[in-house]
Design a protein around this ligand. Structure first.
Ligand SMILES: [Zn+2]
Ligand SMILES: [Zn+2]
Length: 167
């Protein structure tokens, strides 16, 4: 969906309401389709005192395997997008600016890139997912596997925790 903003960026107090659906379900990431459903996008473009602001909320449904145990996991996320629309960029440092070329705002492109940036690094079936036993491969959320887990040196454990927090 492309919004035509001709004459909008520099005039009057005006509003364009946005209430649409963008379909990213065919987009693939290393061969995987992340989006389980089309994405509802609601918000508006408001021009006030010569500042044009885009504010949207994208309701995203992501379906992919849990990063720890591999179980297919559906997550619903509300991703806000807030940008000041400008016809030229003089301040490269300001990441809130969005350059509008030819008076056109491609909602699909904007929402898609913003959503990808906003997706959480970890996709977990639950925050306390126990993952898979490294010895036997059993999903530990379904019960203990009975493997003997060696006790880890506390100093090494601290290091492991640090590594886990990093990835
Ligand atoms: Zn899991
Ligand atoms: Zn085991």
């Amino acid at each position: 969906m492309v919004l035509n903003l001709k004459g909008f960026l520099n005039g009057g107090n005006r509003v364009i309401e946005i209430n649409t659906t963008l379909d990213f379900t065919n987009e693939e990431f290393s061969g995987v389709r992340l989006f389980a459903k089309p994405t509802a996008v609601v918000g508006k473009v408001v021009n006030k005192a010569d500042v044009t602001e885009l504010s949207l909320v994208c309701s995203v449904v992501i379906n992919k395997p849990c990063d720890r145990c591999g179980k297919e996991t559906v997550k619903q996320l509300q991703i806000p997008i807030n940008r000041i629309l400008v016809s030229e960029i003089s301040d490269d440092e300001n990441v809130d600016l969005l350059l509008i070329e030819n008076d056109e705002l491609d909602l699909y492109e904007v929402c898609f890139s913003e959503i990808l940036l906003a997706l959480p690094m970890k996709h977990l079936c639950s925050n306390d997912c126990k993952g898979i036993c490294p010895s036997c491969g059993k999903n530990l959320n379904e019960g203990d596997c009975g493997c003997v887990t060696k006790s880890v040196d506390p100093r090494l454990e601290a290091l492991l925790k640090l590594l886990e927090a990093e990835d």
